[in-house]
Design a protein around this ligand. Structure first.
Ligand SMILES: Cc1cc2nc3c(=O)[nH]c(=O)nc-3n(C[C@H](O)[C@H](O)[C@H](O)COP(=O)(O)OP(=O)(O)OC[C@H]3O[C@@H](n4cnc5c(N)ncnc54)[C@H](O)[C@@H]3O)c2cc1C
Length: 435
């Protein structure tokens, strides 16, 4: 075990787009010396869902740096320029870049940043009060298992989210039941399956279903799509609705009482959970084409049907015990493979709960967060834990939206440095949310 005496200014936990953006912005600022640790061996953004043809749901302007500083060398346009693709990008005439290109861009940035260390998991954390106050951070090397203890004044949690599997899926998860996050590594198995069922009706469900539908006739499998929702609902994508993903709405939402925030957030699912219109159109167009000449479709789409339980059949495949939410009737659906498009949940590492006495928690056991993204502490200390993840209860619907990551990083950097490195605009949108 290695112990270091040096006290860093900032240690970042996780290198997803949010902390990568912070690392890229800090790289241009001398005042903060930071290190970021990522457990994966390289930057890789939701690799199981980098399906060809999928695109970003935010314009490329929401890259890692541009909205804070368009002259920053880690901008998307500089990536395009350095890769000698400027004319191709110009003629492409699109704001919504392919998801695979966003990943490649982030990898290009990550490779250049000295501060980002890969293959290292943050495994524990203590707050210490010696001659100085600091956090002691345990970092474990994934390959060697070697443990290092580092000291830092501040911490930033960018641990993102992890796939959410309902309990009924957990018992059978493995071979033939997997989450959309693992879709691409399982695509070949899908091609050889007799029947496949996608459960859920968000964007990942739709993208997976569309990909399977494209190959359905060639591969010959039966394809089903089941959701408990009343429809395959489209995401709210009008320009004025998108203004909910602005600093102005975050500021408005933040000051509401917690109970009201929970109520409002519960009604905002279609701002971020529905399906993009273009994906629904692609699916409908394919279904329409396939049905030309009154051809029998070996495809089923079912709404209002909740999967209550899944068990493995003795002769192979799975039986899904379903319940129709309006007709109040149970039925069984059988499938060779089952793909759970059941979303993601915030990833709050266990070691945060080791700081139970150091931090303040709300009645539902969630940490409390200040408006400028610091965990609320019980102790008087200048050491801060900034957070990107698990803040939808305090900062609302835009918490995981990439278009807001720069704003959040500007706020965090201004607080960290103690001066206005990045000016903040009061008014950014056309509508007003407060009185
Ligand atoms: C398929 C998909 C597509 C999406 N597309 C969009 C989009 O187009 N637009 C949009 O606005 N949002 C999108 N989102 C939502 C959101 O922007 C992403 O989930 C985004 O990845 C969040 O970034 P992050 O940095 O918070 O976390 P993540 O990308 O989840 O990264 C967190 C990282 O932390 C690491 N980590 C966790 N714990 C530790 C630890 N203890 N030590 C070291 N490392 C650790 C993880 O390995 C991971 O790499 C999408 C989400 C998904 C699932």
């Amino acid at each position: 075990m290695e112990q270091q005496e040096k006290i860093h200014d900032l240690i970042g936990v996780g290198v997803g787009p949010f902390n990568l953006s912070l690392a890229a912005l800090l790289d241009q600022i001398d005042e903060v010396e930071a290190l970021f640790f990522e457990q994966q061996q390289t930057f890789d953004w939701h690799p199981g869902m980098l399906i060809e043809g999928t695109k970003m749901q935010v314009p490329f302007i929401a890259d890692l740096v541009t909205m804070a500083d368009p002259t920053n060398p880690y901008s998307f346009l500089n990536y395009i320029s350095k890769n000698e693709r400027m004319y191709q990008f110009y003629f492409l005439q699109r704001l919504d870049i392919p998801r695979r290109e966003y990943n490649d861009y982030c990898q290009w940035v990550a490779r250049q940043l000295e501060s980002c260390r890969f293959g290292k998991r943050v495994t524990n954390l203590h707050h210490k009060k010696d001659s100085h106050d600091y956090f002691e951070v345990e970092v474990t090397d994934i390959d060697s298992g070697q443990v290092q203890w580092l000291r830092t004044k501040n911490l930033i949690m960018g641990t993102g989210s992890v796939p959410n599997l309902p309990s009924s899926f957990q018992d059978v998860s493995g071979e033939g039941v997997f989450h959309t996050a693992d879709f691409l590594p399982n695509q070949e198995r899908c091609r050889n399956a007799e029947s496949i069922t996608v459960v859920g009706s968000g964007q990942s469900a739709a993208e997976t279903f569309r990909e399977l539908l494209k190959e359905q006739r060639e591969c010959g499998y039966r394809l089903d799509w089941i959701t408990r929702s009343s429809g395959f609902e489209s995401m709210e994508e009008s320009k004025l609705s998108l203004e909910h993903f602005s600093p102005d709405y975050v500021n408005y939402f933040y000051q509401l009482p917690q109970e009201q925030k929970d109520q409002i957030f519960a009604t905002q699912g279609l701002y971020y959970k529905g399906i993009s219109n273009h994906t629904i159109n692609d699916i409908y167009n394919l279904l329409y084409e396939y049905s030309v000449g009154r051809e029998e479709l070996n495809v089923g789409l079912r709404v209002l049907s909740e999967v209550k339980d899944i068990h493995r059949k003795t002769d192979g495949g799975y039986a899904l015990e379903c319940f129709h939410n309006e007709q109040k009737e149970s039925f069984t659906h059988e499938s060779d493979l089952v793909i759970a498009a059941t979303g993601y949940k915030p990833n709050v590492p266990d070691f945060v709960h080791h700081l139970a006495d150091f931090l303040q928690w709300d009645e539902q056991g969630r940490y409390k967060v200040t408006a400028d993204y610091r965990l609320v502490k019980n102790e008087e200390t200048s050491n801060e834990i900034y957070v990107h993840s698990g803040i939808s209860h305090t900062h609302g619907v835009g918490s995981t939206n990439l278009g807001l990551s720069i704003h959040r990083n500007k706020v965090i950097i201004n607080h960290l440095v103690g001066r206005e490195v990045f000016p903040m605009n009061e008014k950014n949108i056309f509508q007003t949310f407060s009185v």
